[in-house]
Write a protein that binds this ligand. Structure first.
Ligand code: PAF
Length: 284
């Protein structure tokens, strides 16, 4: 695996692959890699001839008082993991390389970014959309892989690729869970053992939602109330939001009469976690 840190080196490294008409995949990450990231990398290596992974903890997607400084970083371990997966190119730019000194233009991700995470973390998705657009312009991949764990981010990236004619096929990859059901996330590293246990609140709320749907409940309000009650059983977990949304528009639905997405965010101790699941009503 070749590692490059500048945009020029990255473009240069890719030129040979492009000359050979290889399919190029991009897996953008912020490092501190876990099995969730590796599942994206494996999907990319399987699908494309040449796989690029980027590791960049993007400051513009962290708000004031968020965990940019504390965000887990472990480049040595990340390098070992990626080399073992057969990644072709690792791009690890610094903030200076990525943004230069007088960067001014950003991407406005539009209505999809207004609600949910966008409401709680103003500017977050502008930062995400901007850095993903930049990475796509640097790497110019044919395909890019994003986890469903960050479902709103995935939808925004899909929309951006289409609306800005980036010509990148966005491949969604399923959430990877720990054995007990907690969704894998770099932020799980912040949890104390007791908080880690109480983080089960999120996936349990999703299980309750699926069970309610299976019993015949179709009212979104009723299902959301059950999700909130499930989270409330864990004293260290404080619900930010829970909702059933249209999987494309991310707008709340009233009735579950077609497949929807159950989404929620909760603070467990001082750590904010998100999770989601597809809810598919049984055929009558
Ligand atoms: O999901 C992430 O790790 C980040 O938001 C991304 C897509 C790498 C952009 O910085």
């Amino acid at each position: 695996m070749e590692r490059v840190t500048s945009k020029e080196e990255c473009r240069q490294a890719l030129s040979q692959a492009r000359r050979e008409h290889k399919t190029i995949a991009l897996v953008p990450t912020m490092g501190a890699l876990h099995e969730g990231h590796l599942s994206l990398v494996r999907a990319a290596c399987k699908r494309a001839d040449y796989t690029v992974v980027s590791i960049f903890v993007n400051p513009t997607q962290f708000g004031e008082g968020e965990d940019f400084g504390a965000y887990p970083r472990d480049i040595v371990h990340d390098l070992e993991l990626l080399a073992a997966e057969g990644v072709d190119l690792l791009f690890t730019p610094t903030t200076d390389v990525m943004y230069g000194r007088d960067s001014q233009v950003t991407v406005d991700p539009g209505p999809l970014a207004m609600r949910w995470e966008g409401e709680v973390r103003p500017g977050h998705f502008n930062g995400v959309a901007t850095v993903v657009a930049k990475l796509m312009n640097i790497v110019r991949p044919d395909v890019a892989f994003f986890g469903e764990k960050d479902f709103q981010q995935l939808r925004i990236v899909e929309q951006m690729s289409r609306d800005l004619d980036l010509c990148v096929n966005i491949v969604p990859c399923p959430i990877i869970r720990e054995r007990d059901g907690v969704a894998m996330s770099s932020r799980n590293a912040y949890l104390s053992p007791e908080e880690r246990f109480q983080a089960l609140a999120l996936c349990e709320a999703l299980e309750v939602a699926a069970a309610a749907l299976a019993w015949g409940e179709r009212s979104a309000d009723a299902i959301v109330a059950l999700m909130a009650a499930e989270v409330a059983k864990r004293p260290l977990a404080e619900l930010d939001y829970a909702a059933l949304v249209d999987s494309v528009t991310l707008e709340p639905v009233q009735t579950v009469d077609m497949p929807v997405r159950a989404i929620l965010a909760a603070r467990v101790g001082t750590t904010r976690l998100i999770d989601n699941a597809a809810l598919v009503p049984p055929v009558k």
